[in-house]
Design a protein around this ligand. Structure first.
Ligand SMILES: NC(=O)c1ccc[n+]([C@@H]2O[C@H](COP(=O)([O-])OP(=O)(O)OC[C@H]3O[C@@H](n4cnc5c(N)ncnc54)[C@H](O)[C@@H]3O)[C@@H](O)[C@H]2O)c1
Length: 347
């Protein structure tokens, strides 16, 4: 192992917990946990043996022992935390998605570049070995080309209401879709060409969401054609009734010669491989103990080697452009050309 880095985890919610455990498992030292709610910070710090808590991220980041800021805050805070950390000379590892807008992404990148610090982006699911095993079959031509990849997710309205706020986490297209969009880019080894989507808000007139001024689209069907000729389809809803029992479909990929079915993108451990007329073959892959530990190992290995972060702005921007192109298609009812749409945001 390389250097043992000193990390400040900011935000002690669901992802904060995963980050503290992931950094510790990867052999690094979490020096502080920060949450605006002190009891939340304390509970996580106590349960993981972290000595220091803060309620103000600026105070936490400015501490001289902090070398990496691990940001697990809602989307609207990704930019302010990253910029503040960079101004204080700290490396940043931020939860996905990169940012809500290209203005924010540009400001983040300008700050970390100016400071000469690295920025890592948390697409941990994309380290799933099942994705990379499926990619081996794809690259070997086992399934043939072109490919269709179908992904589905269905859930009752999210307990974290900020997920439904169009000025907050912007619903499942922004918050969850990014895991699938980066997976398609990885599996197909290609970037999007055209984007076509329909979106609706199903969870209207819900008391739990009545305080939100503008509800984000909670339900969508998204079709993305890639430069490679392959196609990704994502159907998603976060607008279903409480305790809704219907389950999502498995991830499926198929081409002219064969197909793959199974949970690919969240540390999936096995999938079924179908080749021509052969019965399904179960392909087992070893899952990681923690995908977060894995992404932190990759990030710190790059820091140790003086190399750029392996997953960073480039991937975050490609995914953000696709996310915004999906919103554009939903708004206009038109097919969006990814490259020309993206061009307006490129420097
Ligand atoms: N990689 C993944 O699989 C994955 C999964 C879920 C969420 N996320 C991302 O992680 C981020 C956080 O999501 P979460 O699910 O952990 O949310 P969460 O609501 O569980 O946790 C966020 C925490 O931040 C705290 N907080 C809010 N404002 C703060 C401030 N100004 N200063 C300090 N603390 C503050 C809240 O009190 C809360 O405890 C989001 O960007 C989300 O998209 C990633």
């Amino acid at each position: 192992m390389g250097k043992k880095w000193k990390v400040a985890v900011i935000g002690a919610g669901a992802m904060g917990k995963m980050h503290v455990k992931g950094w510790q498992l990867a052999g690094h030292e979490v020096v502080s946990v920060t949450d605006i709610v002190p009891e939340v910070a304390k509970e996580l710090a106590d349960s993981c043996g972290v000595a220091r808590i803060h309620t103000d991220f600026k105070e936490a980041i400015a501490q001289p022992d902090v070398e990496i800021v691990s940001s697990c805050l809602p989307l609207a805070l990704h930019a302010p935390v990253t910029i503040f950390a960079a101004e204080h000379g700290k490396h940043v590892f931020s939860e996905k998605p990169l940012a809500a807008t290209f203005e924010q992404a540009d400001a983040m990148e300008a700050a970390t570049t100016k400071a000469g610090v690295q920025f890592g982006l948390g697409f941990q699911r994309n380290f799933s070995r099942a994705i990379w095993k499926a990619k081996e079959y794809i690259d070997a031509g086992t399934l043939g080309r072109p490919l269709f990849c179908y992904n589905d997710s269905i859930a009752e309205i999210r307990p974290k209401r900020v997920m439904h706020d169009d000025n907050g986490n912007r619903g499942p297209i922004m918050d969850l879709g990014c895991h699938y969009f980066i997976m398609w880019m990885t599996l197909f080894g290609s970037l999007p060409k055209t984007v076509y989507a329909q979106g609706r808000v199903l969870a209207t007139d819900r008391e739990e969401l009545a305080h939100i001024k503008k509800l984000a689209i909670d339900t969508a069907n998204i079709t993305v054609e890639f430069e490679s000729g392959d196609v990704g389809v994502f159907s998603v809803s976060w607008g279903m009734p409480p305790k809704f029992k219907m389950k999502a479909y498995n991830d499926r990929i198929y081409g002219p010669k064969g197909g793959i079915e199974g949970g690919l993108n969240n540390n999936g451990k096995k999938f079924s491989l179908f080749i021509e007329d052969q019965p399904a073959e179960e392909v087992n892959v070893e899952g990681y103990q923690s995908l977060h530990a894995k992404e932190f190992e990759e990030f710190t290995a790059a820091l140790d080697a003086g190399k750029p972060a392996p997953v960073s702005y480039a991937q975050g921007r490609d995914v953000l452009a696709l996310t915004l192109a999906i919103f554009e298609s939903i708004d206009t009812g038109k097919v969006v050309d990814y490259k020309s749409f993206y061009a307006q945001f490129q420097k």
